[in-house]
Design a protein around this ligand. Structure first.
Ligand code: HEC
Length: 163
């Protein structure tokens, strides 16, 4: 699975930027719809017995996080060893915890987050609130991901918080 995604990203790298973005948008939409359908199917299956879905074990949550991370093409711009991605348009996500701590203690930090998890969440859904130093003029700015479900966001944050 990670190999397939890496291949897809490399294949996309040769396409001119605007075409690549259209491609990215379409693929993200398809992936998101697919995930939504799967989640819906799972909750219907669980709902029939009236049982509450058990909260997934940490490792399951992390592998779900990798799935969302790859499916949302985070790895086109970010490197994260545990997801097998090598994108370099944005800061690396290896060691994201200590990077988040650094950002929070930056005197220029203007966001609302006070914890590492809050910072990661804010960076995903409202990235313009604080742009990491050195990236203000990049043509590959971090897009605001406003359509993630709570579960998807939580899985992404858990993944990034892995030591
Ligand atoms: C088009 C390239 C691009 C994509 C795709 C992208 N990012 Fe980013 N990301 C960036 C850039 C550039 C920055 C640094 C500038 C900023 O702070 O907005 C950044 C910053 C971040 C930060 C803050 C990192 C730090 O060191 O403080 C997080 C967290 C993050 N991205 C998560 C994600 C996640 C999760 C995804 C996928 C859902 C994703 N990004 C997709 C380009 C991207």
């Amino acid at each position: 699975m990670p190999n397939v995604e890496r291949g897809a990203i490399r294949a996309g790298a040769g396409i001119a930027a605007p075409a690549r973005w259209r491609l990215l948008g379409a693929t993200t939409l398809v992936a998101t719809t697919l995930v939504a359908a799967l989640v819906l199917g799972a909750s219907i299956a669980l709902g029939s017995g009236g049982a509450v879905a058990p909260s997934p074990a940490d490792s399951e949550d992390v592998s779900y996080g990798v799935e969302i991370y790859l499916g949302s093409y985070c790895g086109a711009c970010h490197s994260l060893t545990s997801a097998g991605t090598t994108g370099a348009f944005g800061p690396t996500h290896d060691d994201a915890r200590s990077r988040a701590e650094e950002r929070l203690s930056d005197p220029n930090y203007r966001g609302r987050a006070t914890t590492i998890a809050e910072y990661l969440r804010e960076s995903i859904v409202e990235p313009a609130i604080y742009v990491v130093p050195g990236y203000a003029a990049t043509p590959h700015a971090m897009p605001a991901y406003t359509n993630f479900s709570e579960r998807e966001l939580a899985a992404l944050i858990d993944l990034l918080m892995q030591p």
